[in-house]
Design a protein around this ligand. Structure first.
Ligand code: GDP
Ligand code: GDP
Length: 495
């Protein structure tokens, strides 16, 4: 413990402050019963979480994911069940292999567990072979689990010699059950993680690289954090499954215990999408089915973790009702925008409005929703609305295009040069009431992205009127195609 604390002091990187989506990812691999779940549970600090012992569980269980805490280290950790199924049976089960392949692709590190009491088994060698074949780019550490008893008997050294033969370097001795060796695990992982974080693109670097040109910032290459929100029964789970496709991360029976840390993730056109608080709403959506209750992301904190919020509405209900959005939905939409998140509205269950006899209702829905959104969020024009049928799996492309498009706008950085060229043009377009007394905008610059935030530097003490501000906002949005996302303009006085 002391050692760990000292190492933490020396280091530059504070893992507790790193955006979760950027954390290094570690997959725990090993044959059945070596203690993968036990280690997973220890790392995510849910000691009460279940540890299964029956072989059947290994077949049915899917990948669990959580954020690990080890001292001040934070990392994403995956508990692999698919890999062990394959190793155990010696056959390649396509489903689990695909899953494991995907999971491996997003892991940078692996902890390869063996059971030190059993010594090396043929299956351990199979796992080793499998790792070398499928995970050659993944930095793998061998951990000898269940070392607590051997530690007492001083037998660890000979076991370590044997474990070395797996070909992944020096093993470390741990006990998932007692916590033995966690400090050593910490010291092994920290430098590797620091190296990993160091080679990620940095916000400051991104800023410097991109201010000179008017184009998408490199930030939009960072993982996109998406929250799918909406009332119970609108079809969020169905939509989520359509989005995840076969890469589904199932939330097992232990969901209640790990719901804060399980996060689903998928790829869309080379881009990593993280689903924020998925397990939270999955769980709650089963319980609160009352009208008007929001199963989702209600707290600002959760909303703030999302870059884009996808608000799901029920098209069939809208067709029958007087207004498109109920009170709770209006609140969520407004909150998302006020918190500076990108908003995409999804009208689901459009399959129920198909056919000639429904055409009037369908037209009504298609017309009413964008209008109503404009009414409840007057400050932003052009919030995207997508009409889908999650049940038929038809939503994925349409939804993701809008989500990604919104995200790209949200990440946009405009150069000061192009903004001031633009400013000179719009100054002549607007009848600035009385230029003698009105503040003069000396220059205009973007101070930050995500969401785009601008500063108008004004000469003198006066401030821009609301009308002028609205004009500026509207022109910026139109001229730079920033519709549908919240942008901010601040005013500063310069002498
Ligand atoms: P998995 O199949 O690799 O996920 O293994 P589990 O986590 O389900 O653990 C298998 C068995 O080993 C369970 O009975 C655990 O209680 C036990 N176990 C796990 N870690 C340790 C450990 O560090 N020491 C001891 N003695 N038993 C452990
Ligand atoms: P959640 O509570 O928002 O997660 O909603 P669910 O995904 O559990 O869906 C609630 C119900 O609506 C289920 O019976 C779904 O089968 C159904 N549903 C979801 N999407 C659609 C859709 O696009 N069309 C139709 N007809 N039904 C849907």
């Amino acid at each position: 413990k002391k050692k760990a604390a000292a190492a933490a002091k020396k280091s530059r990187i504070d893992f507790t402050k790193i955006d979760q989506s950027l954390l290094p990812t570690v997959i725990i691999v090993g044959r059945p019963n070596v203690g993968k779940s036990a280690l997973f549970n220890r790392l995510i600090r849910r000691r009460e979480a279940l540890v299964y012992n029956t072989p059947d569980d290994h077949v049915t269980r899917d990948i669990r994911e959580g954020v690990a805490k080890l001292g001040d280290l934070r990392f994403r950790v995956l508990d692999s069940a698919g890999l062990e199924t394959e190793a155990a049976s010696g056959t390649i089960l396509s489903r689990t292999t695909a899953m494991t392949g995907n999971v491996l692709a997003r892991s940078q590190f692996a902890i390869f567990l063996i059971d030190v009491r059993d010594g090396l088994q043929p299956l351990d060698h199979d796992v080793g072979k499998w790792m070398r074949r499928h995970a050659s780019g993944i930095r793998t550490i061998v951990a000898m689990n269940k070392s607590e008893s051997l530690d007492e008997r001083g037998m660890l050294a000979s076991e370590a010699g044997e474990a070395h033969r797996l070909g992944f370097g020096d093993p470390i001795a741990i006990s998932a059950e007692t916590g033995l060796g966690m400090a050593e695990l910490y010291e092994t992982l920290r430098p590797l993680f620091e190296e990993y974080i160091d080679q990620l693109p940095k916000e400051e670097q991104l800023q410097e690289d991109t201010v000179s040109e008017t184009e998408e910032s490199a930030e939009n290459k960072l993982p996109l954090q998406l929250a799918i929100v909406g009332r119970p029964n609108v079809g969020k789970s169905t939509l989520l499954n359509a989005l995840l496709q076969e890469e589904r991360v199932l939330v097992g029976p232990e969901a209640g215990l790990t719901r804060d840390s399980i996060r689903a993730q998928f790829q869309f056109e080379e881009r990593t999408i993280y689903l924020v608080d998925t397990a939270g709403w999955l769980q709650r959506s089963g319980q609160e089915k009352g009208p008007g209750s929001l199963s989702v992301v209600q707290s600002k904190k959760n909303l703030m973790r999302a870059h884009v919020v996808a608000l799901v509405l029920d098209g069939e209900e809208i067709a029958k009702a007087k207004s498109s959005m109920n009170h709770a939905e209006v609140i969520i939409a407004r909150q998302a925008v006020e918190e500076g998140r990108g908003l995409v509205v999804i009208v689901n269950k459009m399959d129920l409005l198909r056919g000639r006899k429904n055409s009037l209702m369908r037209d009504k829905v298609i017309e009413a929703v964008p209008k109503e959104i404009q009414t409840v969020i007057p400050q932003i024009t052009g919030i995207p609305v997508v009409f889908v049928s999650a049940l038929e799996g038809k939503g994925r492309m349409a939804v993701m295009r809008q989500v990604v498009d919104t995200y790209q706008k949200w990440c946009l950085r405009l150069s000061t040069a192009s903004l001031n060229r633009w400013l000179r043009k719009v100054m002549s377009r607007h009848s600035w009431k009385d230029l003698a007394t009105q503040p003069k905008i000396k220059y205009f610059t973007q101070v930050k992205a995500r969401p785009p935030t601008f500063v108008a530097f004004l000469s003198g003490k006066a401030q821009l009127s609301d009308t002028d501000m609205r004009f500026l906002t509207k022109s910026l949005k139109e001229d730079f195609d920033l519709g549908g996302i919240p942008i901010r303009i601040l005013q500063r006085s310069v002498p």
